[in-house]
Write a new protein. Structure first.
Length: 203
């Protein structure tokens, strides 16, 4: 389930179908890469906190609702707080919360603050340099040569020395997550290590 505020930021009605919003959002952010994966720090700083949180899953929401019930039973809340929390408990429906968050949604959130990363709302095909990100599986020959020389024909995962026909190129930040085919995002690996990594981000 997608937070209504996230739908609003993306230009949709809060009542818009979740699947439709997700398809459109994925299309817009197909080649977007979180800057922290590339730069190893967040260039947005406190701005991240102005973006929405992913929200609780069903288990967390139920635990919070039970906590409110217990506090109301103890008559902890007075005045407007009592009124607000009583209404919240009365209208609570666990079906409004996802059993668990989708993996893609988890990756869109900040690993430090938990808020959704701004790059997924204001994405552009630019990098932190003057060059646009090269999103392609085709690696130019001059980059292949530089990467092989830099990594000394050695698998950067297991340390195995590789023959020329055994070399594979791993995208540190996968293409599926907006990683580029630039030298800084490539490393030499063997077949087994490359397949074992799949589309995980190696930082």
């Amino acid at each position: 389930m997608i937070n209504p505020f996230i739908k609003h930021l993306l230009g949709f009605s809060p009542k818009e179908n979740d699947n439709k919003v997700r398809r459109e959002w994925d299309k817009r952010t197909k080649n977007v890469c979180k800057p922290c994966w590339e730069l190893k720090y967040c260039p947005y700083g406190p701005l991240v906190e102005d973006f929405p949180l992913l929200g609780p899953n069903r288990k967390e929401a139920m635990e919070h609702n039970n906590f409110l019930k217990s506090q109301l039973a103890k008559k902890v809340y007075k005045g407007w707080r009592k009124k607000v929390f009583t209404k919240e408990v009365k209208e609570f429906d666990s079906k409004n919360y996802p059993i668990k968050h989708a993996k893609d949604d988890m990756e869109k959130s900040c690993s430090v603050f938990g808020h959704m990363c701004p790059v997924f709302f204001v994405n552009e095909p630019f990098t932190e340099t003057k060059e646009k990100r090269r999103i392609s599986r085709q690696i130019p020959r001059h980059i292949i040569i530089r990467v092989v020389r830099r990594d000394n024909n050695t698998c950067q995962e297991c340390g195995k020395i590789l023959k020329d026909n055994e070399i594979e190129f791993d995208h540190i930040i996968p293409l599926s997550k907006g990683g580029s085919s630039e030298e800084h995002n490539l490393r030499v690996t063997c077949f087994d290590c490359n397949r074992g990594k799949s589309n995980k981000v190696k930082v």
